[in-house]
Structures are given as structure tokens and as C-alpha cells.
Design a binder for this molecule. Structure first.
Ligand code: SAM
Length: 274
């Protein structure tokens, strides 16, 4: 799995050039696009197309080629194969057939967007593209609502404004960094909020390639909301009973109830007495 640049040819690694030159065959997502890359680096290895629409049938052919003794390198349009492109199918099938799969690291839009986003980088989740199907998309957005990790999304320019609108409606107005045209001439990191970005791109047509890096939900705020929901849904007595029925003694139950409701044990005790 050989990573290739996402816009700047200088990001091609020495190892990628060597591996692609030494391979017997290169499986490329877009052979017409990749020929420019290969020509630039003077690589003459034969190419075969491996894309979204033939990813299963072609993966079988490629696996057979490797089992027959050939060395196959996989590249995709840009970046790291397997991240939001057909590469993952090939890897699974190769491994199922006992083939050793080796990563040749390099550019990946998600990682490079994240590291220069100015958002928290310690914990993050990658959601790739939101699904086109409304039902699936709504389900994912619902899951993302309470996500406390930084969220990394890919989006096509023609869908950017609508996606920002949807994000504003579901996640609310949070910090976001719109990362555009990474490693290219017009590279840009717009650190703003979801609503502000939605407004901006309604007025300015989005051009180029985009990664959105969205701040996760504040954990403290999420816990406070959950505690409030519990306080509204279950009475203190009923809540105590639930824990007592589970076999906890009175002291343990009070401690658990206090934690769930965001109260002190003393407060729980006092209210129970009342
Ligand atoms: N495998 C690739 C990778 O490693 O990043 C991603 C492939 S995915 C089909 C293409 C999407 O990645 C684009 O729609 C965009 O969201 C993002 N992307 C790729 N190159 C980019 C760049 N130079 N700047 C910003 N986003 C980019």
C-alpha cells in the first residue's frame, strides 16, 4: 500500500519511488491520473486499474497475481491507499489469502489537516465522507452529536455548504477548522465556527479539496446534560431503589446515585430524609 502525494510532488518518498519501480504491477485507482506521477519519477512499471467499481472482482485478480509470484503495489488517486478509497477491500482479501501486506507511508489528508487545525489532536475520530443516503447520514450525525473527540471529515466542494448547514443543525455552533488544498499553492486553514463557515460558503463558492476538523463536544458539559436528564427522568427514591435492587447496600447506592445525578452524597442523604 504505497502512499503518494496529495498535491505536492515533493511529498513523494524515496521508498515509494523505489517500491513502485521494483513492483511487477501497480494497481492504480485512476491510471490516467497516476501516469503523470509515474512519468515524473521515471517509473515504468505496468499499471492496471483498481477502483471503486471493480474493487471486489479486481482484488481477486490482484490476489491471484501475488499468489502466482508477482509483487503488486497499490496506489490510489492521492494520499494513503485504504483511507476513504477502495484500498481496504484489497488489503482484507490479500490478508485472507495469507499475503503479507506492507504499508509504505506518506501523505494523508486527514492527518495533515488535523495536525495544523489548531484543534485538540490527542483524541480524534475519522468519519471520512458523511454518507449520501439521508437516513444513514442522519444516524451518523446523531452519533457525532455527543462525540467528545475531535472529528475529522472529508467533503467534496459541491456538498460543503450543505454539510456545514447540517452540522450546525445537529452539532451546534462549535469551533471548526476548514482545511483546504493541503500541500498545494492555495493551502488554507480557516479556523472559525460551524455557523460562520456555513454562512461564508453560502456566499463564496467552495473550490478545491476540503477536510473539516471539528472540535469534539465538551466532556464536562455532556456529563452535566446527562445528569440533568437522569434527574428529570427518575425520582431520587426510584433511582436509589434501582441500585438497591441490584444488590448494592444503602451507602454504595447513595454514592452511585450521587455520581449519576451530579449531586454530593450529603445532598442525596438530605433529600431522602425530606
Ligand atoms: N486516501 C486519501 C488520503 O490519504 O487522504 C483520501 C482519498 S478521498 C477519496 C479524497 C478526499 O480527501 C477529498 O475529497 C478531500 O476531502 C481529501 N483530500 C485529499 N487531498 C486533499 C488536499 N490536498 N487537501 C484537502 N483535502 C484533501
Amino acid at each position: 500500500m504505497v502512499a503518494t502525494p496529495i498535491g505536492n510532488l515533493e511529498d513523494m518518498t524515496y521508498r515509494a519511488v523505489r517500491i513502485l519501480s521494483e513492483a511487477d504491477l501497480i494497481a492504480a485507482e485512476d491510471t490516467r491520473g497516476s501516469i503523470k506521477l509515474l512519468n515524473h519519477f521515471n517509473i515504468h512499471t505496468p499499471m492496471t486499474s483498481y477502483h471503486e467499481y471493480n474493487k471486489v472482482a479486481k482484488a481477486k485478480t490482484l490476489v491471484e497475481a501475488v499468489l502466482g509470484g508477482k509483487n503488486v503495489a497499490c496506489i490510489t488517486d492521492a494520499g494513503t491507499p485504504g483511507i476513504s478509497d477502495p484500498g481496504e477491500v484489497l488489503v482484507k482479501m490479500a490478508m485472507d489469502n495469507g499475503i503479507t501486506v506492507v504499508p509504505v507511508p506518506g501523505a494523508c489528508a486527514a492527518v495533515n489537516a488535523l495536525v495544523c487545525s489548531g484543534q485538540d489532536t490527542r483524541r480524534f475520530c475519522f468519519e471520512a465522507f458523511l454518507p449520501a443516503d439521508k437516513k444513514e447520514r442522519d444516524a451518523i450525525l446523531e452519533e457525532l452529536k455527543d462525540e467528545t473527540r475531535t472529528i475529522v471529515l472529508y467533503e467534496a466542494p459541491h456538498r460543503l455548504a450543505r454539510t456545514l448547514d447540517l452540522l450546525a443543525q445537529t452539532l451546534g455552533d462549535r469551533p471548526v477548522t476548514i482545511c483546504r488544498e493541503l500541500t498545494k499553492k492555495h493551502e488554507e486553514f480557516r479556523r472559525t465556527t460551524i455557523e460562520d463557515a456555513a454562512g461564508w460558503y453560502q456566499e463564496h463558492e467552495p473550490r478545491g479539496e476540503f477536510v473539516l476538523v471539528i472540535a469534539g463536544r465538551d466532556r464536562g458539559e455532556l456529563i452535566r446534560q446527562q445528569q440533568e436528564e437522569i434527574r428529570e427522568a427518575v425520582s431520587l427514591e426510584e433511582h436509589m431503589k434501582q441500585y438497591l435492587d441490584k444488590g448494592l447496600d444503602r451507602r454504595e447506592a447513595m454514592k452511585a446515585v450521587a455520581k449519576d445525578r451530579g449531586m454530593t452524597k450529603r445532598e442525596v442523604y438530605r433529600q431522602l430524609l425530606q
